[in-house]
Design a protein around this ligand. Sequence first.
Ligand SMILES: [Zn+2]
Length: 225
Amino acid sequence: MSENQNLNNENFQDGNDEECETFEEQLYFECPICNDITPHELIKKVETKKLLRYTVKCQDCGNVHNIEKRCKLQHLKVVVSRYNQSEQFTVDIPDDEKLSVEDTIEVKGENVEITSVELEGSRRVESAMAKDIKMIWAKSLDVPKKVNISVSAGGITRSFSVLVSHNQAFEEDQIYRAGELFFRIKRIKAEKGYFTREVARKIVRIYSEPVSPMRDFIDLTDYVI
Ligand SMILES: [Zn+2]
């Protein structure tokens, strides 16, 4: 038994104050039965965001026990928006976890997509480690996405919105129906520019023109709000 292995083992046992490091292949642990540091066999490894748990077996006495290491957590403020309303939460995220815009995280059971990462001094960045983040801005993915649609002809524009799944795709030149109105998509404005095809969660507004009723169309009537 070397001093080094002994020391590592102690760090691991009361690792609450330690950074959440990747566990090294260390097969000497303290066995509660032998009451000694003994060689162990790794049986099972469970790794979650908050916890590393190893199920190990003492090679001297055969005792199977668990060894846990918790990560240092950062209490992060998250502002979750759903349509025009927002709500603030606090979530625990490991210090060394990198969070980026467009990442999906779970906040109190709700799936949200990160829209902005704010550091101290109100500086906004594309991504940062949890320990450097002051606040996260996000939008809920668990409520339907509100998509704004404009239908224009001869200087007259009708605008309405539909509530659809975040993954609902819209496509240029495709014919859609909303009640009595049939229309063809001309342009799709997304957060990052114009696209010929885009999913609802990224769409800012859809521009279209009215057409005569057709046989092939996608019916949005039930989703109009
Ligand atoms: Zn033992």
